[in-house]
Structures are given as C-alpha cells and as structure tokens.
Design a protein around this ligand. Structure first.
Ligand code: 5GP
Length: 118
C-alpha cells in the first residue's frame, strides 16, 4: 500500500484546504502559496508519486485530470482567455510533493516559462 501523502490527507479532509472540486477520481483545491491570481492543484486520489512512475493503467486517471482542468477553467471564466497547466516531475523538475498533481495557473497574462540554458 502506497504511503499517505500530504495531498491524500487533504483529499480525505483530514487537514484543511479550500477544495473547489471533487469527484470519485480527483480533488482540486487552491494552492497554499499561489503563483498567480488563480492557482489550483488537481490531484488524483490514487497516490501516484509522479509522472515518472505512471503506469499504462493510469491512462484514464491522467485524462480525467485534464478534463477536470478544463471544467475548472470554464468555471473560473478563463477557458477562452487562457491559462497554464504545469506538471513538475522529480527533483530537477521542481516537484516538492511526491503525489502527482496538475497546477492550473490563471488570471491575467502569465509570464513566460523560464527555460534554463542548455
Ligand atoms: P510541486 O512543487 O510539488 O509541483 O507543487 C506542490 C505545491 O503544493 C506547491 O505549489 C505548494 O505551494 C503546494 N502546497 C504545499 N503544501 C500545501 C498545503 O498544505 N496545502 C495546499 N493547499 N497547498 C500546498
């Protein structure tokens, strides 16, 4: 059985958060340290540690994360104007919480991505 993560505790309502969407497969809540006007984390209930550990049977869950992202973007009123979805993977990708999640960032014109020099 996979280890409980911080996000599992949020999904189970064991620690407080501002949950804006939940269904049987995913929960979405506002990021505690927002990097944009709207910063939502969309998290699968299955505690997949990261994209690096995704399995073929996770395909439906991964697709659902994006369908829910679009639904939330529509509810925020940004589906037409635009937003950014980010998935950090592993240490060098800047992933801090080892439970797969999609960041939805929106509100005004977002800055460019900072790609490091090769
Ligand atoms: P990562 O760096 O793993 O891609 O993103 C983790 C995100 O989780 C960060 O943006 C961070 O601000 C957020 N975060 C960390 N701890 C908590 C928490 O206890 N509650 C909420 N709502 N967000 C958290």
């Amino acid at each position: 059985m996979a280890e409980e993560t911080l996000f599992t505790k949020i999904i189970k309502h064991e620690i407080p958060s501002n949950i804006i969407y939940e269904d049987d497969t995913v929960t979405a809540f506002t990021d505690i340290n927002p990097k944009a006007q709207h910063h939502i984390l969309i998290v699968p209930h299955k505690p997949i540690p990261s994209i690096a550990e995704v399995q073929p049977e996770d395909e439906q869950v991964l697709g659902h994360l994006l369908v829910v992202a679009r639904k939330i973007a529509t509810e925020l009123g940004v589906n037409e104007s635009g937003y950014r979805l980010v998935v950090n993977v592993g240490r060098d990708g800047g992933q801090e919480v080892p439970h797969l999640h999609v960041h939805l960032l929106a509100g005004g014109r977002l800055g460019g991505l900072g790609f490091p020099q090769a």
